[in-house]
Ligand binder design. Structure first.
Ligand code: IPE
Ligand code: IPE
Ligand code: MG
Length: 260
């Protein structure tokens, strides 16, 4: 398990985020602005996904997590939901070979029960094929909700206790082990495109100490340069995790280790 809780231990930080999580928002408005049907924005959004994956791999980002479909997106018109499902299947079928050739490991998180067997099978095959790749882990959150994730982890803890026939210890590490992204560190940088400033039920537990970056750019226009701006903004942040600025200065760390 790569996951370590930022509230249990202070994580190491570097200028390049290890894990970037993105809410890819604004596809519909991108299309409407061009007098195109909303779904044309989703199609163009796939190109932006490709660009983001390439740029992250080039910059040495280890984990990229993309919110593709939320547990609340079923509330959209049926035609848009079916279009998004078809687009997910075609994009996965088309891109998986290239992802694999580029050393990218694919994971899909979310409540997959609600998807057709055909989609679930495709996901399983893609995950198995790329399982041993180490360059970048690309996670697609599909029918994902932060509350669902917390609920399913809780359910697993309770089941574990029932199977053991005795209460299990409940602490942050034991709980987080059951979260759907237990294989990844918490996101260092959260990006939301499309102008809204909200979390929309994305990684609620894991965003506890994540740096937030909001941009008005619609997702289909979010390119490698735009990602570069987000990473540059991240590099300027002071991540204190509850400590003071003075505690972060190298001399104060040295002072701690000097004999009195
Ligand atoms: C994000 O773009 C894609 C999904 C939620 C699937 P939107 O479709 O939400 O685009 P806007 O926010 O309506 O412009
Ligand atoms: C969040 O975008 C979900 C995804 C990008 C998949 P939404 O467009 O659904 O979010 P709200 O409804 O504006 O909060
Ligand atoms: Mg939206």
């Amino acid at each position: 398990m790569t996951y370590t809780s930022s509230t249990v231990r202070v994580p190491e930080v570097a200028a390049v985020p290890r894990h970037i999580a993105i809410i890819m928002d604004g596809n519909g408005r991108w299309a409407t602005q061009r007098r195109l049907p909303r779904v044309a924005g989703h199609t163009r959004g796939v190109d932006a996904v490709r660009a983001a994956v390439e740029a992250c791999a080039r910059r040495g980002v280890e984990y990229l997590t993309l919110f593709a479909f939320s547990s609340e997106n079923w509330r959209r018109p049926n035609e848009e939901v079916s279009f998004l499902m078809r687009l997910f299947v075609t994009a996965l079928e088309r891109e998986i070979g290239k992802l694999h050739a580029n050393g990218i490991r694919l994971r899909v998180v979310g409540d997959l029960e609600r998807f057709d067997e055909k989609i679930r099978d495709l996901i399983r095959r893609a995950e198995t094929k790329t399982a041993r790749n180490t360059r970048l882990t690309l996670t697609i959150a599909a029918n994902y909700g932060g509350r669902w994730d917390i609920m399913q982890a809780t359910r697993k803890l309770v089941e574990q206790a029932a199977a053991a026939g005795k209460p299990v210890e409940v602490n942050e590490d034991a709980f987080a082990e059951h979260l759907s992204m237990a294989y990844a560190p918490e996101p260092d940088l959260f990006i939301r495109t499309g102008g809204e400033r909200r979390v929309s039920n994305f990684l609620l537990w894991q965003l506890a100490y994540t740096e937030f970056y909001f941009t008005d750019t619609f997702w289909p226009d979010f390119d490698a340069d735009a990602l570069g701006h987000a990473i540059a903004s991240y590099a300027e942040r002071e991540r204190r995790f509850g400590r003071t600025s003075a505690q972060l200065e190298p001399q104060s760390q040295n002072a701690d280790s000097l004999p009195c």
